[in-house]
Design a protein around this ligand. Structure first.
Ligand SMILES: [Zn+2]
Length: 223
């Protein structure tokens, strides 16, 4: 049982990382029929949604694409920004999906933003309590506190999932509706977005398992 658990928490994230890289690398080589760069795709979808004030800039680093709700900037990694690929189209549309969520004050996104600073603090603090609680059996209550603090971070990761899936479904709707991709390109764009979503699912699964393991230790001690 222990080895199954270790296998899942160690291999699942690695597999998800491998999958997102290999899928991306495959579809970044396939030129999109629209011939639009990721930057052009992002601009077009933003303008179509009245988001003229949201800027599209180039970011540094492999798959560093993101949307910053504070600065209202869609940042695309160099390849996605400059090249016209199926992968770049999908990723650019996904990031704009977050900008649209922001504009519409999408509930999960708002909740995630409110939770972010709290989760940041509790996640960092939780380890101190957990480590002391684990080492010193007599201080099981500290372990309990650590678990509660850690649960806030896990909740944050769980809330990230609907935000990510929703951005991807918005992305697909937009690129289809605006005729940016053709029918035969649709499954390819979907594959890129699903692979990216998998990394969030894997990270969340690991976090939930870690939390459960600590809860089991905590409750066994209390018996
Ligand atoms: Zn996203």
């Amino acid at each position: 049982m222990f080895w199954v658990y270790m296998g899942v928490i160690m291999l699942l994230p690695l597999y998800a990382q491998f999958k997102v890289k290999s899928t991306y690398n495959k579809y970044v080589r396939i030129r999109s029929t629209s011939g639009m760069t990721g930057a052009e795709v992002a601009r077009m979808i933003l303008d179509h949604n009245g988001l003229h004030d949201v800027k599209v800039v180039e970011s540094k680093g492999f798959l560093s694409d993101h949307y910053n709700p504070l600065t209202k900037i869609v940042a695309l990694s160099p390849q996605n920004y400059h090249e016209a690929s199926v992968a770049g189209t999908a990723v650019a549309a996904h990031e704009v999906g977050h900008a649209i969520q922001d504009k519409e004050a999408y509930a999960f996104l708002r909740f995630r933003h409110r939770l972010a600073p709290v989760a940041n603090i509790t996640s960092n603090a939780s380890w101190i309590f957990i480590i002391i609680g684990l080492v010193a059996q007599s201080m099981n209550s500290l372990l309990g506190i650590g678990i509660l603090l850690m649960a806030v971070g896990v909740l944050f990761q769980i809330v990230t999932l609907p935000v990510e899936f929703n951005a991807s479904s918005r992305a697909m709707n937009q690129i289809v509706e605006l005729g940016i991709i053709r029918n035969e390109e649709e499954p390819h764009a979907k594959k890129v977005l699903s692979a990216a979503a998998m990394t969030y699912v894997a990270a969340t699964a690991v976090a939930v398992l870690e939390l459960l393991r600590l809860v089991l230790i905590f409750t066994n001690r209390n018996d």
